[in-house]
Design a protein around this ligand. Sequence first.
Ligand SMILES: [Zn+2]
Length: 160
Amino acid sequence: MNNTPQKPAIGISEQRVDDDFKSYKIPCSCGCDNNVDFFIEVDEYSISATVCSTTKTNYWRERVAVKYTEPWIILNSKLLFNDVYNRLAICGQALFKGYIQTESCVILSEQQALNFAETIKSAAAEFDIIVKVRMAKHVAEKAAEKAAAKKTKAARTKSE
Ligand SMILES: [Zn+2]
């Protein structure tokens, strides 16, 4: 493992790239189906980053211990019991607590974390240029407006 970010960044897939919007998907390195959706965008004069992921309940919890060597009928009965129990437990949580507990874990490998950091850094740097250009344009427009207003005022006072 070297300590340098890769390009293209392995473990991070680019989803959409526009002039002022970039989105990426980062899958969990453990191989589960969890992932992080990451957006970086520039609005008129600022850059923002958003991190989203789907959270899940502990629907996998074993209420009765399951051994995969057990006879088919026992194994499947236990799996069905655990599944129904977990679904009812979620309903019970919502009903009695008013909320359900969920969590989301996305594990990044060292290289993935490095690539993620570099992706944010370079996207932010790229958008920073856009923001600076927009700001400069804005300042120039304001200055031009001011100059034009001064000119009109001077012309008006001259004619009076
Ligand atoms: Zn995972």
